[in-house]
Ligand binder design. Structure first.
Ligand code: DGY
Length: 323
């Protein structure tokens, strides 16, 4: 049967997603996975009704001008700072995201980074790989920082923040959080967390985690002033969005040992990152893999496909962010 609506899938996904969407729509699939230039994106989307895309695609006024037939943009991500959702709303374009299915996986990776920095895992491993492990045991070799019973400050206590707090409980950590809206008392009790100001988190935590969505309001939320409040023994972890932390200020703070270390899964201009990070031993760096397990990425892609199909078939999509 001829399919009346065409969609563009901007990046490589899974065969299951192609089968699911292919049953109802004609698909232009960028299976090569090479990130499309703005011109190519606009050209290929111009004949489409919907888009399944990632944070690598900038969906802004230029896009909407060139692609007036696009009615739905479905992002394979919970964060959608790559999309101008307000402009989309003004133009009647539905935007959807993938909340809920990546919380545990992202919390796992956040905790992995926290532990890797605290226990100097990448530094220790490279010592071994480079043949620099000379004494089988030395009392002062590769001394790290305790995770158990340490204080953990979470800035941004949404679903992922709460999943991290659950993990922290197993390590007997003392968890404080800051959020625009405090949690209700029952939820605070459930996660054994205590609400404090952002300043108190910065001043008193052994580990500071930033878990906020990126927006103009959270741009460089952690900059030179905030880093200066942190303890010299503290570690900063960012698995949210690169722009939340001022990287230049962070590098300066790490270089002068104003803080003890950092774990970063996200960067301001991905896939580029400040090369000065590579010269710092006290950072652990990963390439935006917070939600990168097969089952979670499959769940995200299928949820995004479900959102797209529902919206194009005239239903209310489950995760519509700009109603
Ligand atoms: C998200 O879902 O926002 C993750 O960062 C993956 O893009």
């Amino acid at each position: 049967m001829p399919k009346s609506l065409k969609i563009l899938i901007t990046r490589q996904v899974f065969p299951e997603v192609i089968d699911f969407l292919g049953a109802d729509f004609e698909i232009d699939y960028n299976e090569s996975d090479v990130v499309l230039s703005t011109d190519e994106l606009c050209e290929r989307a111009a004949s489409c009704a919907g888009l399944l895309c990632c944070l690598t695609e900038k969906i802004d006024n230029t896009f909407f001008e060139h692609c007036p037939t696009v009615r739905v943009v479905s992002n394979i991500a919970v964060g959608y700072n790559n999309i101008d959702a307000i402009e989309a709303k003004n133009r009647g374009v539905k935007i959807t995201n993938t909340p809920g299915v990546l919380d545990d996986t992202t919390a796992d990776l956040t905790f992995t980074l926290l532990m890797a920095v605290a226990r100097r895992i990448t530094e220790a491993e490279s010592l071994l790989r480079q043949g620099r492990w000379k004494k089988s045991f030395a009392v002062q070799q590769m001394l790290g920082m305790d995770i158990h019973h340490a204080s953990l400050g979470i800035i941004g206590m949404g679903r992922i923040g709460q999943a991290i707090a659950k993990r922290a409980a197993g390590f007997d950590m003392q968890v404080r959080y800051f959020n625009r809206t405090p949690l209700d008392a029952t939820t605070e009790q459930k996660f054994n967390v205590c609400y404090v100001s952002q300043e108190a988190i910065l001043r008193n935590s052994d580990f500071v985690l930033v878990m906020v969505p990126y927006s103009a309001a959270t741009h460089h939320l952690i900059g030179a002033e905030e880093l200066a409040l942190m303890k010299p023994s503290a570690i900063l972890i960012n698995t949210a969005r690169g722009g939340v932390v001022d990287e230049v200020a962070l590098i300066a703070a790490l270089k002068k040992n104003q803080i003890a270390g950092a774990g970063l899964d996200v960067f301001e201009n991905e896939p580029a990152f400040n090369p000065e990070f590579l010269g710092l031993k006290n950072v652990v760096l990963t390439p935006h893999i917070g939600s990168a397990t097969r089952s979670t990425r499959m769940a995200m892609a299928m949820l995004a496909a479900t959102n797209l199909k529902a919206a194009l078939q005239g239903e209310t999509p489950p995760n519509w962010v700009n109603p």
